[in-house]
Design a protein around this ligand. Structure first.
Ligand SMILES: N[C@@H](CCC(=O)N[C@@H](CS)C(=O)NCC(=O)O)C(=O)O
Length: 409
């Protein structure tokens, strides 16, 4: 009897221990307290502890990442980014090929772009004006998988074939300056010219680390002999750093306008041809919503007026006033220069938006705009290409005239 009683006592104790320290799936519970808590309170404590531990791990990890990034960036300050050379072309079928019979440059170019990105439009306008053929790869602006091969994650990227390899050129202004240099003297190779535009790590005035391309507003002979001031350079910079910031707050001004803008992007970018339906719907809906929100931030950042249209008109009028002072059709005189082409490219990127129509109705920009359009569509710059032979002859003439001057003096 005593043995049976002992057995019962033992079984009860064992049940109690099991209840206290072993959970439903048989794992031992922690021994933090001997006082049995109600199940709900235990769950809450556990969730709290897990949350706190996760917070510490994630927060610590993020802080560690930030500190090591900052350290890495300090060590990259002033250092030149390595120039990339690809052994093979990324295996992508071009969305379309632009072929100009007037092209005698021999260049093999592929432009990775968004059809309505102002910086991409600048590059396309330059190529069209000079009648240089190129392939286009349309990039999905949300997923950007077409530029997955590149560590530079913006467009435009111009892939140039050099011998048997491929050199990607990043940044619209640098691409244009480099090609303009090539057009003036093709005895230099593209890869040689690229050396004049090194990408150097810097911290900007807000302490943010970024790569800055040196010399990007210089081209041709100015690369070796920079002059103190050039109006063309001034206006190209103004177009990139001032005028372009008028666009987003204007074309994404309201949610409705933002949707209309994205639908126009989809139309001219032929997104229904290049992307599956789900991807196009994703780009339009996510893009329109996100850009409407971002547009508001950009309005503040770039200090646009409450009526953002007025800021757009004001800057366009600044541009027109400068041309009027010159008394010429274009900023470049009787022919467009690189600042005309840049401004035209930037404006072309919003041609189908309400903001563009409003701009035409409230300023006199259409006269200049149509005049540049005529020149670009006629590839008027194509006659300016200096072949290696001509370049050699020019160099010889310059050398001889310099030595004549020396003799005379
Ligand atoms: N400075 C660069 C700016 C290029 C740029 O900001 N491109 C935008 C598109 S308009 C971009 O790719 N942004 C990154 C993104 O879309 O995720 C240039 O002139 O090419």
């Amino acid at each position: 009897m005593a043995a049976i009683h002992k057995l019962i006592q033992f079984t009860q104790r064992a049940k109690f221990i099991k209840k206290c320290y072993v959970n439903e799936i048989g794992n031992l519970r922690s021994f933090c307290t001997m006082v049995q808590q109600p199940q709900k309170a235990q769950n809450l404590t556990r969730i709290g502890l897990i949350g706190a531990a996760t917070g510490i791990v994630v927060g610590g990890g993020y802080a560690y990442y930030k500190i090591s990034e900052a350290r890495k960036n300090v060590s990259l300050e002033g250092k030149q980014a390595e120039m990339v050379l690809l052994k093979h072309k990324p295996p992508l079928t071009p969305s379309r090929k632009i072929v100009y019979p007037v092209d005698t440059t021999g260049l093999k170019l592929t432009l990775f772009q968004y059809q309505t990105c102002p910086f991409c439009c600048k590059v396309r306008v330059f190529l069209d004006y000079y009648g240089i053929s190129y392939d286009v790869v349309e990039v999905d602006p949300v997923l950007r998988k077409e530029i997955g091969w590149s560590s530079y994650k913006k467009v435009p990227i111009l892939l140039t074939r050099v011998e048997e390899e491929y050199r990607p050129l990043n940044d619209s202004t640098m691409i244009i300056s480099l090609l303009a240099s090539y057009l003036r003297d093709s005895s230099y190779k593209i890869e040689e010219l690229a050396e004049y535009y090194p990408s150097v790590g810097i911290h900007d005035d807000k302490g943010k680390f970024k790569y800055e391309i040196i010399n990007k507003y210089f081209f041709g002979i100015l690369l070796s002999f920079p002059l103190a001031f050039s109006e063309e350079r001034y206006w190209r910079k103004w177009a990139d750093e001032t005028f372009v910031h008028m666009l987003s707050p204007n074309v994404y001004r309201t949610l409705d306008e933002s949707y209309r803008t994205f639908n126009w992007f989809s139309e001219v970018g032929k997104w229904d041809e290049y992307f599956p339906l789900w991807e196009r719907l994703l780009i339009v809906n996510v893009g329109a919503m996100a850009m409407w929100l971002i547009g508001k931030r950009l309005k503040k950042r770039h200090r646009l007026k409450d009526d953002v249209r007025q800021s757009l008109y004001d800057e366009a009028n600044n541009w027109l006033r400068a041309i009027r002072v010159r008394g010429t059709t274009f900023m470049g005189g009787s022919k467009p220069d690189l600042s005309d082409l840049a401004m035209y490219g930037i404006l072309k990127s919003i041609e189908g938006c309400d903001a563009f129509q409003d701009l035409l109705n409230h300023t006199k920009i259409s006269v200049w705009y149509d005049a540049v359009k005529e020149q670009v569509d006629a590839h008027s710059g194509s006659a300016n290409f200096v072949t290696p032979v001509t370049s050699y002859l020019i160099k010889r003439t310059v050398k001889r005239s310099v030595s004549l001057e020396v003799t005379v003096n």
